[in-house]
Design a binder for this molecule. Structure first.
Ligand SMILES: C[S@@+](CC[C@H](N)C(=O)[O-])C[C@H]1O[C@@H](n2cnc3c(N)ncnc32)[C@H](O)[C@@H]1O
Ligand code: SF4
Length: 360
């Protein structure tokens, strides 16, 4: 497998391999992933009402930095590496060093953070280490709304940290990372999004992203989120009208103010269907803090499912190994993994909203 991967990594062959892999019709993937999520830690310092971390009993820990470096050596292609997981990545004591290592190896390291400990010093260190983008979660434009969604976080601190980050980016010489703000839409906060968009623009970040609300991210653990938060789902039959109205306002604001706002399709997977299945297990693998390879960011507990351990086998051996191929085969069949069947991305084409095409 490693030999074959070396041959396919040749630029000319690789272009061909990517063309071949564009459609998820096979369980095998000739080319590598488009992007990788690495979970530096699954510890967290706050308890967001919608997050699996708050409810799941997954064992907690930090990734060993030697394992991190070894994994990047195995991947070898200049990929985007997203640092987040079921936890707060800035809590990892070596996070700045991880970013530096990724950059030295030619990768494009990014982070998604709750912003609570993104101090000016941390911002400076991350930028100097070569981070290419930083996303900060801010789910509401008011103290009351934000602290209801994110118990343990302080609204003023997070807003100040974002403002400081933008200022420090302007002050420092050299490469400038992209900075964006993310928000999870729920019935409790979605009506505040037009106001939030205004606030985010004023903060001077590059764009605002409305995320896709997920009811659960772990097989067998759905019942551990109180009530499944079903009533919070902005894409349900009952709540959709409010969501469409808010999204319309966001579109108007975006055009008027010339400010980019990314949103998921408001109708879930009902209208936005691709003729193919979800591309996540072909494009966007996740590596847990213990070094387990996972097929998608809806899976975080290797005790439930995993594609093998990177402590034991190299990345490209696992990438087309038996468990991965079985998972992809199931995805293409009528009996995919139960988590896939209930997922809104099942008929989607990939993780990027822009790539969704309405197929009626
Ligand atoms: C799990 S967090 C980890 C990074 C960091 N701790 C943070 O809060 O930004 C990654 C992203 O997932 C989002 N998130 C949490 N629960 C979610 C849910 N139920 N559906 C969709 N996104 C969710 C968070 O708001 C955050 O932007
Ligand atoms: S969303 Fe982020 S900050 Fe909130 S509990 Fe989950 S991991 Fe922690």
């Amino acid at each position: 497998m490693e030999m074959m991967w070396r041959a396919i990594s040749h630029p000319r062959l690789y272009r061909w391999a990517r063309k071949f892999d564009e459609k998820s019709l096979f369980s095998f993937r000739f080319s590598g992933p488009d992007m990788i999520i690495i979970e530096p830690t699954n510890r967290c310092n706050i308890r967001c009402i919608m997050c699996g971390r708050t409810y799941f009993k997954t064992p907690q820990g930090d990734m060993d930095i030697k394992l991190y470096s070894k994994i990047l050596d195995q991947i070898r292609i200049p990929l985007g590496i997203f640092h987040f997981g079921l936890g707060e990545p800035l809590l990892h004591p070596d996070i700045v060093e991880m970013i530096r290592i990724a950059r030295r190896k030619g990768m494009h390291p990014s982070i998604i953070t709750n912003g609570t400990i993104l101090t000016p010093e941390m911002s400076r260190d991350l930028i100097r280490a070569g981070i290419t983008s930083i996303g900060i979660s801010l789910d509401a434009p008011t103290k009351k709304g934000f602290e209801y969604v994110r118990p343990g976080a302080h609204f003023e601190t997070v807003v100040r940290n974002i403002a400081d980050l933008v200022r420090i980016r302007a002050e420092l010489e050299g490469e400038k990372p992209l900075i964006w703000v993310l928000a999870v839409p729920m019935m409790t906060n979605i009506r505040g999004f037009p106001e939030l968009a205004r606030m985010v623009k004023e903060l001077g970040v590059d764009y605002f992203e409305v995320q896709r609300f997920e009811l659960a991210c772990q097989p067998g653990e759905t019942d551990k989120i109180p009530g499944g938060l079903v009533e919070e789902d902005p894409f349900s039959e009952e709540n959709r009208d409010v969501t469409i109205e808010v999204f319309k306002e966001l579109d108007e604001f975006s055009i008027r103010e010339n400010f980019e706002i990314k949103k998921p399709p408001p109708l879930g997977n009902l209208l936005y269907r691709s003729p193919f299945r979800c591309m996540m297990p072909y494009t966007y693998p996740v590596i847990t803090w213990q070094g387990y390879l996972m097929p998608c960011f809806r899976f975080w507990d290797p005790r439930e499912i995993n594609m093998g351990s990177l402590c034991e086998k190299p990345f490209f051996t696992l990438w087309n190994g038996e468990p991965y191929r079985r998972f992809r085969e199931a995805l293409l069949s009528e009996s995919p993994h139960p988590q896939c069947k209930s997922c809104r991305m099942f008929y989607g084409i990939s993780q990027l909203w822009d790539e969704y095409a309405p197929v009626l």
